[in-house]
Design a protein. Structure first.
Length: 406
């Protein structure tokens, strides 16, 4: 079962639930963007195919030599060399828990890759071989699925010089929750020279997003050896921010070092958030005891005092935003130095230019709508081009290269 069918079900919930989600205070909505962002004409993009014949490639990274690496959700690494040669990379992914939204997910490349050839993955794994999974018709039920023997880990890998093998080095961070439904598993990665940022999902468990002891529904910040990073609110915990629903993309802005996370909304309000230490982003789906109540606002200022509103929101309805990348300072027209989001349900790219303080959107353009299917992973190549993965399943997926053409 691919996420395509699951997402169709997710976005076809009852009208009553959708109506409840719309009942967000005007103050919350107004806090998303100060003033209406300027709109540009459809972005002049050139799109070429790097590789095809893939099934749900999730994360994507580009090495300094231009080699593109992606990982299929079911558990396979694929590299495409600069000349176009495709390599099915040998790696031990035998324990991958690939179910619904869980599997081999986010990827990040070490800033010192040329010296250490290190890549990081965020992946769900079995802890009990063949553990029970929740059948598809029940996976979307508004009650937490049981944990039957699965967990999510951040793993480091060493890539061979010829890209034919990846050797697993170690688990950097474990005990990130995922349950037998595979729902809302996250999991986005960003790596700096000193630390690793991890975005996680709340697994459809009502308490996780607001529970400081759970690693679900959070943005985590760790050192490269897996210990809590300096500056975390609790020096003993990797938790940096809380109150998130399903963070699948994290990015660090060049120059400023600001951290942004993109997460998928309920029936509305996908969000781009500027992440601050100890920030609570207001998702609290526990209004009804024992029920995962997705009729609550994504940023519930009424029930979460001090909740931080997003920099950008999709509004009604969601477009399902999993990927984020900051664009180079040149070569992308008015969005040079801005950022781009991918969309699964919306089947498009969203270009955003932020204010100098990074807290609001000053211009926005959407592109490629309905042209290349569901768009998931995003990475910027050394030549300044944007590399994307599609996510339609059944061997139809591709790696795409996108350039701005003035």
């Amino acid at each position: 079962m691919t996420p395509t069918r699951r997402e169709r079900r997710k976005h076809s919930r009852s009208p009553a639930r959708g109506l409840a989600a719309v009942m967000v205070s005007a103050a919350t909505i107004a806090g998303m963007v100060v003033g209406a962002p300027a709109a540009h004409a459809q972005a002049p993009l050139k799109v070429t195919t790097v590789a095809g014949g893939l099934t749900i490639p999730w994360g994507v990274v580009v090495a300094p030599d231009g080699t593109v690496l992606t990982g299929e959700r079911a558990g396979r690494f694929v590299a495409v060399r600069p000349g176009g040669t495709r390599v099915n990379v040998t790696a031990d992914l035998s324990n991958i828990f690939a179910f619904h939204e869980a599997g081999l997910m986010g990827l990040a490349i070490d800033p010192r890759f040329s010296e250490n050839r290190r890549v990081y993955s965020c992946q769900a794994e079995y802890t009990v071989p063949g553990a029970f999974t929740v059948p598809e018709p029940l996976a979307g039920a508004p009650i937490p699925a049981p944990q039957t023997g699965q967990t999510t880990k951040v793993v480091s890998w060493r890539v061979s010089a010829d890209w034919t093998k990846m050797a697993r080095e170690r688990t950097i961070l474990g005990n990130i929750p995922v349950n037998s439904s595979g729902s809302r598993a996250g999991c986005g990665l960003a790596v700096t020279p000193d630390s690793i940022w991890v975005g996680t999902g709340d697994t459809g468990t009502p308490s996780f997003a607001q529970a400081r002891k759970s690693l679900g529904g959070k943005v985590l910040h760790i050192t490269r050896d897996g210990t809590p990073a300096p500056g975390n609110p609790d020096p003993r915990s990797p938790v940096y921010s809380l109150g998130h629903r399903n963070v699948q993309g994290v990015a660090v802005a060049p120059g400023s070092g600001r951290v942004y996370a993109v997460e998928q909304g309920t029936t509305r309000d996908d969000e781009l958030n500027l992440i601050v230490a100890g920030g609570n982003y207001g998702y609290k789906p526990d209004r009804t005891p024992l029920i995962y109540d997705e009729s609550v606002p994504m940023t519930d200022t009424g029930r979460v005092p001090g909740a931080i509103g997003p920099v950008w929101s999709s509004g009604d309805s969601t477009i399902a935003t999993p990927g984020i990348a900051f664009l180079p300072a040149t070569g992308w027209g008015p969005y040079s130095g801005g950022l781009v989001l991918t969309a699964l349900k919306g089947k498009r790219l969203v270009f955003l230019k932020l204010s100098d303080d990074g807290r609001r959107v000053v211009s926005k353009t959407e592109a490629l709508e309905q042209k290349h299917g569901r768009l998931r992973g995003a990475a910027v190549a050394p030549d300044g081009s944007l590399v994307l993965t599609t996510s339609d399943g059944d061997g139809s997926d591709r790696i795409l290269r996108v350039r701005w053409e003035d």
